[in-house]
Design a protein around this ligand. Structure first.
Ligand SMILES: [Zn+2]
Length: 108
């Protein structure tokens, strides 16, 4: 016997639960959407236990460490008038990551 909790509309970290998406063995599978817009399916247990709080892309991005040289290059681009968003895209990181790193360098 399996129990069912309706998670529709609940938010776990960066993920919002969209709808139920079948089941896997005895686990309920839910379709979720990440803040970044990507959608994927995961089992309820992962959400409730906070094992899964963002999509793979965001996870990799949050793990990504920029080298000092990269940040220096980014700061140069910023100084030349390029937008944070453009720099972020160029280095395949989030806008916040680009902004934080550049600001940190400028303050140092
Ligand atoms: Zn994401």
């Amino acid at each position: 016997m399996s129990f069912f909790i309706d998670l529709t509309g609940r938010v776990f970290g960066r993920l919002t639960v969209l709808s139920k998406d079948g089941s896997q063995n005895t686990h309920a599978v839910w379709k979720v959407q990440c803040d970044c817009g990507s959608e994927f399916s995961t089992i309820a247990v992962n959400l409730i236990s906070k094992n899964t709080t963002q999509c793979k892309k965001c996870f990799h991005e949050s793990q990504r460490v920029l080298t000092d040289l990269q940040v220096k290059e980014m700061a140069k681009l910023r100084a030349s008038g390029m937008s944070y968003q453009k720099i972020a895209d160029l280095y395949n990181v989030g806008r916040t990551t680009a902004y934080t790193n550049i600001k940190k360098l400028v303050l140092d």
